[in-house]
Design a protein around this ligand. Structure first.
Ligand code: NCD
Length: 315
C-alpha cells in the first residue's frame, strides 16, 4: 500500500506529474468532478487545523467523493487510550483513503504499518508536512514557471516549523537552488537537516538572522510563524515570537518579482498591509493547496486500485 509520509516518498517524476495534474484541474475542473464518485476520504485530525483539513475535504468534494472524520483528538477514541495504529485500521474499514495530523513526530508511520488504505501525513509534530510542501511546489511552479535556479529565503521558526523541513528537502532535489535561512539563533534548522541534507548534498545555503540584508537576493520569501505549541516554556516563546515582522517598507529593496509565501496561519510575522502588495502570494498558495491535494488523492487511489490489499490482510 502506497502512503505519503515524507515528501521524499515521491520521486521527482511523481512530483512533476502531480503538479501537471493540479494545473490541468485548474484549467478544466469539470473533467475531474466525478473522478472519486463513491469514494470516501477520512480526515483524522489530532491537532488543530483550518487549511489542511478543509482543503482536503474540499478537494474530495470537488472530485465527487465524500468525507468523514474528526477534528480533535478529544472527540475520538484516542481520548480512551486507543493507539493510532488501531484508529487507522478501524477507519480503513470505513474509508478509502485517510489524511491524518498528529502532534507526535512519527505517528503516521507507526499508524500505517497495518493500514489497508493509503494514509497521508497531514503534519506530524515539528517533523514533516508533505502536503503543505506539495502546495508550496505548485505555488512556486505557477509563480516562477520553474523549481530550480531560485534563491529561497526561509524566515522565522526554522527549528520547529515542519513545513520548512519538508520544503528544504523537496527544493534540494532541483538543481541550483540557494537557501537563505533567516532565524534567531535559537530557532535555526535542526542539526539533522543541516548535516544530513544540506551539507551532505552540497547545497548552497547561508544561516543568518538578518532579513533586510538578505531581501534583495530573494526570488521566494517563505515566512513562518513561531510555533508556540512546540516550545518548552512560554518565556522563550514570548521573547522570540516577534523576531520578524514583515512590513511594506522592508520590501523596498526586494525584487520586483519576489513571491512572498507563508503556509499560514500568520500571527504577527506579516503585517496585513503587505497583503495589498502584488508580491504577497499566500492566499493564492491556500487555493493551490486544494488543487494539489486533489491530484494527490487521485494518484494514491489510482495506485491502491492497481495494487489492492488481499482480503486475508484486511482481516
Ligand atoms: C502549518 C502547519 O500546520 O505546520 N500550517 C498549515 O498546515 N498550513 C504551519 C503552521 O502551523 O505554522
Amino acid at each position: 500500500m502506497r502512503h505519503l509520509i515524507d515528501i521524499m516518498d515521491l520521486s521527482i517524476e511523481e512530483l512533476d506529474e502531480m503538479i501537471a495534474v493540479a494545473k490541468d484541474i485548474i484549467a478544466d475542473p469539470e473533467k475531474y468532478a466525478h473522478k472519486c464518485a463513491g469514494k470516501k476520504l477520512a480526515t483524522l485530525f489530532f491537532e488543530p487545523s483550518t487549511r489542511t483539513r478543509l482543503s482536503f475535504e474540499a478537494a474530495m468534494y470537488e472530485l465527487g467523493g465524500n468525507v468523514l472524520g474528526f477534528s480533535e483528538a478529544q472527540s475520538s477514541s484516542a481520548a480512551k487510550g486507543e493507539s493510532v495504529a488501531d484508529t487507522i485500521r478501524t477507519v480503513g474499514c470505513y474509508a478509502d483513503i485517510i489524511a491524518m495530523r498528529h502532534p507526535k513526530e512519527g505517528a503516521p508511520i507507526a499508524g500505517t504499518r497495518r493500514s489497508t488504505v493509503p494514509v497521508i501525513n497531514a503534519g506530524d509534530g515539528g517533523h514533516n508536512h508533505p502536503t503543505q510542501t506539495l502546495t508550496d511546489l505548485l505555488t512556486i511552479s505557477r509563480e516562477k514557471n520553474r523549481l530550480d535556479n531560485l534563491t529561497i529565503g526561509l524566515c522565522g521558526d526554522l527549528k520547529f516549523g515542519r513545513t520548512v523541513h519538508s520544503l528544504i528537502n523537496a527544493m534540494s532535489r532541483y538543481p541550483n537552488n540557494k537557501f537563505i535561512l533567516i532565524s534567531p539563533d535559537e530557532l535555526r534548522i535542526p542539526e539533522y537537516l543541516k548535516y544530513e541534507t544540506m551539507i551532505k548534498k552540497n547545497l548552497e545555503f547561508v544561516e543568518t538572522d538578518d532579513l533586510e540584508n538578505a531581501m534583495p537576493e530573494l526570488d521566494i520569501l517563505y515566512m513562518t510563524r513561531v510555533q508556540r505549541e512546540r516550545f518548552f516554556n512560554e518565556q522563550d516563546y514570548l521573547r522570540l515570537k516577534d523576531s520578524y515582522i514583515l512590513t511594506p517598507d522592508k520590501l523596498d529593496n526586494a525584487k520586483e518579482d519576489l513571491s512572498i509565501l507563508h503556509p499560514l496561519p500568520r500571527v504577527n510575522e506579516i503585517s496585513v498591509a503587505v497583503d495589498d502588495d502584488p508580491r504577497a502570494r499566500y492566499f493564492e498558495q491556500v487555493l493551490n493547496g486544494k488543487y494539489i491535494r486533489m491530484a494527490l488523492i487521485l494518484m494514491l487511489l489510482e495506485e491502491a486500485k492497481r495494487n489492492p490489499v488481499p482480503d486475508w490482510q484486511k482481516q
